[in-house]
Design a protein around this ligand. Sequence first.
Ligand code: HEC
Ligand code: HEC
Length: 489
Amino acid sequence: MTALRQPGWRLKLLISSLLIGTASVPPGAVSGPLPEASELTQRLRARQHELGLRPLQGLPPPPPEWVRLGQSLFFDPILSGNKDVACATCHHPVLASTDGLRLSIGSGGSGLGAGRRLGSGRQFTARHSPDLFERARQEWRVFFWDGRLQKNKDERWQARSVQGVEIPLPAGGQFPADLPGAAIQSWLPPLARVEMRGQVHHTPAGLLNDRAWDGSENELASLADQDLMGLWRGLQRRVLAIPAYASAYRLAAEKQLSLSGVEKEASETSAFMRVTGQALSAFMQVAFAADDTAWDQFLSGADEALTPAQKRGALLFYGRAGCGHCHSGSLFSDQQFHNIGVMPYAAALLPGSQQDLGRFLLTRRLADRYAFRTPPLRNVALTGPYFHNGSVQNLREAIDWHRRPVKHLREFRWTAVPWPLRSITHPERVRTDRIVQTLDKKLAGSTALSEREIADLVAFMHALTDERAKELEKWLPASVPSGLPVPRP
Ligand code: HEC
Ligand code: HEC
C-alpha cells in the first residue's frame, strides 16, 4: 500500500500545499518503491526552488603563511595580559570551537571545558562563547550576541563595549573590502578584561597590575578600557620580541597585497593588527569550515543525503514553523536581533544593568530589550549549551523554548544552575511580563508545533553537521612560539 492510498492523504497534501505553498501533487505523479520518502523529497525540492535555497560555497584557500601564523596565535596565551588564556581556551577545536560552558571563564581561570574553574576574585564572561564555524566569511556584518561589532550602512566598521561605549578602530573603521569582519573581531578579545586582559587592583599603595602566569607584571592591565591601539602596541612588542613570530609575521605580511610598503614591514601597529587579524581569520576559515553538511549535499542534488525525519524537519523549518524567517540564508542567520524570551538568569555581570537586556544596551530602543542576534546553526548539534547565556543544555529544549517561552520562563529550574554560577543568579529580578512584552512576532509559527515535529526539527539540526567538525583535534599544535602551555583537555 502506498502512502497516497492511506486514509487522510488528500487532507495531508492539501494542508501541506496550503501551508508551504507548493502546488498540490496529483496522486498519480507519485510512484516508486519509497512513495513516502519520494513525496517528501519532491516537496522539499519544490520548496528549495521556491526559496532559492543554495548550498554554501567553499571559499578560496588563504595563503598557508597566514593559516600557520593564525594557528599559532589562536593557541598562544601570549595574546592575554596574564599569559594564561588563548582564543582556544574558549573556542577549543575538541569542543567544536566553543568551551562547553554556560558562561566562559577567562583570565585567572584554570582547566578546560567542563572542568574549567573560575580564578579567585574573577568573574564569568557576560555571555556564552559562541562557536566559530564559517565566521570568516565576508557576508558577516554583525558580530557578537548583541552586534557590538558591526558594519554600518556606510561600510565602516564600528566597535563598542557591552555598555555601548565606542572603541576607536584604526583607520576610523574603514578597511579594504578584503579584510573580513572576523579579522577585526579578533582584535577585541585581548582588550576585554574578563576574557583575556586581566585586571588592575586599587590598593592603598596605588594601582597594581595583575601578575602574569609566569610571574612577570601584566603591563597591559593598566591601559584605559577602550585603548585598543595602546593594547595592540603592547602585544606587538611582546609578540615580535619572539624570533619565530618576527619571521612568521614578515612572511605573512608579504602576502598582504593591500598593505602599503611601509605597513608590510609590520612595524606600524595598525599593520601588525591587520596581519594578526588576517592570520587568525584565515586559521578560523580553514579549521572551522562547515560547508559540507548533509543539507548542502541534499541541496546539491543528493536526494538520499537526508533521512525522512530530516526532510520533514526541513519542510517545517522552511514552512509552517517559520524558523527560516530568522535563521535565514546559507549561514542560517538574518544577522538581525530578536527577543525569543530566553531566561536572563545570570545577573550583575554587566556594569550598570541588573539583567542582560541584549541589543537594548547598545541602542536603548525599547523594542530591542532582550533581543540577541540570530545565531547561525551550522554544526549546532555539536555546540551546546545554547543561547546567549548557555541557559539551555540540549537542542530539543532550545527549539521548544521558541515554541513556548512563557511556560519555560515560569518553570525555569534555578537549582539546575551549577555553582559558582548560581551565586550570581537573581530569580527575584526576573520580570517575565517585561520579557514577553517584546517577544518577536515571527515566533508565531513555532507555537503550534507538536512533539513529533520538534523531534523532526532536531533531526534537521543534525543534518547541519559537517563531519569534519568531529575531527578538529588535528589542529592542536604541539607547542607555540612563546613556549607558553597550549590549552588542551
Ligand atoms: C574567555 C573566553 C574567550 C576568549 C579567550 C576568546 N573568546 Fe571569542 N568569544 C567569547 C565570548 C563569550 C563571545 C561572545 C561575546 C558576546 O557576544 O558578547 C565570543 C565571541 C567571539 C566571536 C564572534 C562570533 C560571532 O558569531 O559573533 C569570534 C569570531 C571570536 N569570539 C573569536 C575569538 C578569537 C579570535 C579569540 C582570540 C583572539 C577569542 N575569541 C578569545 C569568549 C572568548
Ligand atoms: C524570531 C526569530 C527566530 C525564529 C522564528 C526562530 N529562531 Fe531560533 N533563535 C533565534 C534567536 C534570536 C536565538 C538566540 C536567542 C538568545 O540566545 O537569546 C535563537 C536560537 C536558536 C537555537 C540555539 C542556537 C545556539 O547556538 O544557541 C536553535 C537550535 C534555534 N534557534 C533553532 C530554531 C528553530 C528550529 C526554529 C523554528 C522552530 C527557530 N529557531 C525559530 C531567533 C529565531
